[in-house]
Each structure stands twice: as C-alpha cells, then as structure tokens.
Design a protein around this ligand. Structure first.
Ligand SMILES: *Cc1c(COP(=O)(O)O)cnc(C)c1O
Length: 384
C-alpha cells in the first residue's frame, strides 16, 4: 500500500487530542467581550461542569496557561521555600514535578520509579516518612509511559503515615479517562488541561484545591490563586483569558455531560480494553502492562523500528502517533484514545499500524488486531 490518495489527518498523540467540529465552531466566535455578563456566565458554567471531574469541595479555577501553568500555580501558592517535598518520578512528567519543586527551592526528594512501572502505596509512604515531607507531588497518569498510578490507594496510605501532608496530583492526562474523587481520597490539589481529556483546544489549565488548604506567603502575580478565586466567584477572570478556548470548552463539556461523567469514563475503559486486545492479537507487547492507562496504550516494539513506523504512518495516512521519549525513544509507540473519540478511532489506529507492518513484510497481521478490538467492543456492549 502506498500513500493514501486522500489524507485524513488525525491525532493519536496523548494531547492535543482531536477537537470535535462543534467544539471548533464554538471557538470561532470572535465578537465576545470577556468582561460581559454572557461570557462570565459561560465561564461560571464551565467551572460547574468541570467540578464532577474533580469532586473536591470547591469549584475548579480556570487559568489561561498550558497544564504546566497549573502545576506551577500549585507549587507557587501552596508550598514554601525550603519545604520538604517528595516528587514521584515514574516518567517524563514526574520529572517535571521534581524540576518545578527544585526551581521553587523546595527541599525535594525524588522517588524514582522505573519507567513503565508504578510505585506501590507503601513505597510512597516510606519515602514521605523518610524525608519527613510535608508535601507529595505525583502524576495520576504518566503520559510518557502509558501507566496509570494507584493515586487513591497512595493518597490513603500516605495520609495514614502523615495526616497533614499536602497531596498534589497532576491529572492532566487522567481526567475524563479515569475517575477522580479529591475529597473522598484525601487529595488537596488536582491540576488538568483543556487539550487532553476534554477535547478542547490548548490554552486552558484547571486547578482545584480544597478549601482548608493554607496559602503560602511566596511572591506570585499572574498565578495568584487568591486573586483568581475572588474573581471567578462571579465568573470573572483576573486577566484576559483564552476567550475562544473557553467558548470551545463549554461546548465540549456540554457534549461530555450529555453522555454522562461516569459513562464517558466507562467509554475510555472500553476503548483501552479493546486497544490492548488488538495489540496483543498483533503479537505485540504492552508497555506498562502492570497498570495500563485508559487514556493511551503504549506498545513495546523495539525490534520493529517504532520511529520509522510512526513516520511512515504520519506520511502515508496523516495519523500522528506518539513515540517514546528519552530512554524509550525507538522502543515504544503511544496510541492515544483520550478525549472525545469513538470506537472507530481505535479501530482506525490499529488498522494504520497493521498496514504499516504489512508493508514491512508482515502481511499476516492484516485485520487481526482490528478483529480482536472489534470483538472486545462487541462483548463490552453485549454484557452491560
Ligand atoms: C500534557 C501533560 C502535562 C502538561 O503539559 P502542557 O504541555 O504544559 O499542557 C503535564 N503532565 C502530564 C501527565 C501531561 O500529560
């Protein structure tokens, strides 16, 4: 098979995720003022519609930044210089917590976890105790490896060891694909972003924090969450927000709520389950197989030139699949099924991999992964 005569560009990378047409269209309104009542109502509505993805005791705040901005806001508002922090590094994004905490002069102990693995609750609790930490930073879903971390169990065990610890969770690639219950699980701060599970253009970050969490006295300006919270009570924002992205966000959230919060999470479990079945049927190995994410599937294939395969799929079919980063470069492919995507997204992604493999002499694989994924989808529908 050669290059497709009609290229249909699609995103299979774990952020940005595909943006549905209605969300794109909602983002096109260029005649709305952010200090007007109708816009403030939209912002407030977005905060309310976001809340059931966090389940904290306050509405999340909407920041104009990428996800990392909300991570920085968490550290700038709720930690102090010299504070003892444990940062869990189970991949590229875990590394980001460590770098951020160090830059903000926290006394940071990095708990290193081999990439593709997840830490046990006991490991994290032991690190926190050993370092006598007053804060813990962790990912809920490590996008670079495709592993979902047991944050509920970790939060509970860590809090048993250290009742007053502050727990910061990066759920940027986790929300919508997995459930989050901040209050119930004892998590203090959760951050997320618009371009991942929410199927919205990039440019917005979300942060929810529990009401009792004390603010630190560090200097901060743009990311001063107290100023932001005061404004956002009325749907105002402290600064000019990414107006058009907020318009798109409202459309995306309405769409998600029309399906239902639990149903969309279940949908992601089905997408992931079918994708894994397809990968195994192709005779390929799952990376992060111990705790695979519902947001993306990482496929281990060091002997099959994943970088070449990825480039070929991008050129021939217009599908952008992610590869591995750092040590994982040339070893894995990461196929995202996060966001507002249907079952056909997974089937087409597997089909693209099969076509590319067939072109390299593996004609036997044609249809095998797709068939296994279809059966998994069918079974998931047949057994409620
Ligand atoms: C995408 C992502 C981020 C944030 O990235 P930005 O480019 O700043 O939006 C942080 N953590 C995880 C786990 C992510 O997947």
């Amino acid at each position: 098979m050669s290059k497709d005569p009609v290229i249909d560009p699609r995103l299979y990378c774990p952020g940005p995720t595909p943006i549905p047409l209605d969300v794109q269209i909602a983002s096109l309104n260029g005649s709305i003022y952010h200090r007007s009542a109708p816009f403030q109502e939209i912002t407030q509505n977005c905060r309310k519609l976001l809340a059931p993805f966090f389940n904290g005791d306050q509405l999340p705040l909407i920041l104009t930044a990428s996800g990392t901005g909300a991570m920085e806001a968490a550290i700038a508002n709720f930690t102090s210089a010299g504070e003892k922090v444990v940062a869990v590094n189970a991949g590229k994004f875990g590394e980001r917590w460590t770098k951020l905490c160090k830059r903000f002069l926290c006394e940071t102990l990095e708990l290193q976890v081999p990439w593709g693995k997840v830490p046990s609750p006991a490991d994290v609790a032991a690190a926190v105790t050993k370092h006598n930490a007053t804060a813990l930073c962790i990912q809920a879903n490590e996008t670079s490896t495709g592993a979902v971390l047991p944050v509920e169990a970790i939060a509970k065990e860590v809090r048993q060891a250290k009742p007053d610890i502050k727990i910061f969770v990066d759920a940027i690639s986790y929300l919508v694909a997995h459930p989050m219950k901040m209050t119930e699980w004892g998590i203090d701060v959760v951050v997320a972003g618009s371009q991942k599970g929410f199927g919205t253009p990039a440019g917005l970050a979300f942060i929810a924090y529990q009401a009792k969490l004390p603010f630190s006295d560090r200097p901060r300006f743009y990311f001063d969450l107290q100023t932001e919270a005061k404004n956002q009570i009325e749907g105002k924002t402290a600064w000019t927000p990414a107006i058009q992205t907020i318009l798109g966000l409202e459309a995306a959230l309405k769409r998600i709520h029309s399906v239902g919060v639990e149903a969309i999470t279940k949908h992601h479990a089905n997408l992931a389950n079918a994708c894994r079945a397809g990968v195994k049927a192709l005779g390929l190995k799952l990376f992060a197989a111990e705790s695979p994410s519902n947001a993306l599937t990482a496929i281990e294939m060091p002997d099959l030139d994943p970088e070449g395969l990825r480039k070929q799929i991008a050129t021939d079919f217009g599908f952008v699949i992610a590869g591995g980063q750092d040590d994982l470069k040339g070893k894995i492919l990461r196929l995202s099924h996060l966001g507002l995507v249907s079952r056909f997204h997974v089937l087409d992604g597997l089909a693209a991999i099969e076509f590319a493999l067939a072109q390299r002499g593996r004609k036997d694989v044609l249809g095998t992964g797709v068939a296994a994924a279809m059966r998994a989808f069918h079974d998931a529908c047949a057994t409620p």
